[in-house]
Write a protein that binds this ligand. Structure first.
Ligand code: AMP
Ligand code: MG
Length: 382
């Protein structure tokens, strides 16, 4: 290598390092806040950040959101930068009052209003035709906008005080598990966002349900905290396709988020749905090389290291511990996790969607698992 090549190489390296710093050099203000009785002074301070085009990480009843003014394309671009989110994955617009819906959506059917009054605020996101007020950054250029009213006092007061709807995806860095506790927001997003509202753990710990009610029958785009069976009381039978179950990737991206690797731990994770196989694996020598993620009932039957998701009898508890279990798996010295499956009823549909996506299709591939476990690097790994 001649001198000039070496110099160019190092200059490029220096540039890369500086560029990386640029995306992480935001001064992040962290403010503690009570989720049930938020301090109005703190809400005002956070609202100032939104009004001036900044980004705020805030709790909702589902997971933490990374928000900016839904009317500012420039502010919303900061969300994509902070999260390293692909620009073709749209955001959800959060409103605090039904009267705000007409500012972001058009052609809202009149008979939908009484239903919205019943289901909002709550963990259910609905697709509408977008209004021209909503910039392309929010909808990734789509003609539709996803809207919801969160059931969390901090989120509602922040939107109201900001005077604009807030566009927000989940606050995690793209591909990582969603953030359900402020400690994860602090370690993942400090230096990337203007403000973090530190409010402890969120209520559901799993994202909102997304439906397209413009279709007949209405279609579930993403299962989430709002039970689909409960939604059917309002909308009649809802179509739940393979993609919503996490079985198939979306080819035509109506919910563009569906096509990305999602919610993933860094470690490889396998879904083992056969209970006796799960126990056999945990009783074999292989158990030394992996971590099990399972209900406390299953954990009580196996020896070896387990991350407990809580009781199988309460799928809401399982859902609320799921993303943290993926993060705990990453913190172990083991390279592999095995996770049990859960019945696809109620919120169980959302649980299985996240598990399948996080394990990127490694479903009950015991032959695969055996060959991986026999690889030398894993054998020597503690
Ligand atoms: P997140 O909150 O991080 O899960 O991101 C918001 C989710 O809403 C993503 O899965 C998006 O694909 C979905 N979403 C947002 N806007 C739309 C839209 N217009 N059509 C379909 N899905 C959407
Ligand atoms: Mg997300």
């Amino acid at each position: 290598m001649d001198q000039e090549t070496i110099l160019t190489y190092f200059l490029q390296k220096l540039k890369d390092v500086n560029n990386k710093k640029e995306s992480e050099n935001v001064d992040t203000k962290v403010l503690k806040i009570d989720q049930v009785h938020p301090d109005t002074g703190i809400i005002k301070e956070a609202a100032e950040v939104i009004k001036s085009g900044g980004t705020v990480v805030f709790p909702t009843e589902t997971v933490y959101g990374l928000g900016a003014s839904a009317f500012s394309g420039k502010a919303c671009r900061k969300i994509f930068e902070a999260k390293e989110r692909p620009p073709d994955n749209p955001l959800i617009v959060h409103i605090s009052d039904l009267s705000e819906l007409e500012k972001v959506a058009v052609d809202v059917p009149e008979d939908l209003i009484p239903v919205l009054e019943k289901i909002w605020p709550g963990p259910i996101t609905i697709l509408f035709r977008k209004s021209r007020n909503v910039p392309d950054e929010v909808t990734a250029g789509l003609e539709t906008v996803a809207v919801r009213m969160p059931a969390n006092p901090v989120a509602l007061m922040l939107i109201k005080e900001s005077g604009v709807p807030i566009a927000a995806p989940s606050a995690n860095i793209a591909t990582r598990p969603s953030i359900v506790d402020s400690s994860e927001a602090l370690s993942e997003l400090t230096g990337r966002v203007d403000m973090i509202l530190d409010a402890g753990k969120t209520f559901f710990g799993i994202e909102s349900t997304i439906i397209d009610v413009r279709k007949r029958p209405p279609e579930l785009l993403r299962p989430g905290a709002f039970d689909v069976e409960d939604l059917e009381q309002y909308f009649g039978a809802i179509l739940i396709g393979d993609t919503a179950r996490g079985l198939k990737e979306a080819e035509l991206a109506i919910t563009p988020g569906m096509k990305y690797r999602h919610y993933s731990p860094e470690k490889r994770m396998y879904v083992v749905s056969d209970r006796s196989l799960f126990m056999k694996i945990m009783e074999s020598d292989a158990a030394l090389q992996l971590t099990a993620i399972c209900s406390k009932e299953l954990a009580s039957q196996i020896s070896g290291r387990c991350i407990s998701l809580g009781s199988e009898k309460d799928l809401y508890e399982i859902a609320s511990n799921l993303f943290q279990s993926f993060r705990k798996l990453d913190a172990t010295g083991k390279k592999i996790g095995i996770i049990q499956d859960f019945p696809e009823k109620g919120i169980g549909i959302a649980i299985m969607n996240r598990i399948r996506k996080a394990s990127a299709g490694n479903i009950e591939a015991i032959e695969n698992l055996e060959s991986i476990l026999s690889q030398n690097d894993l054998k020597n790994h503690n």
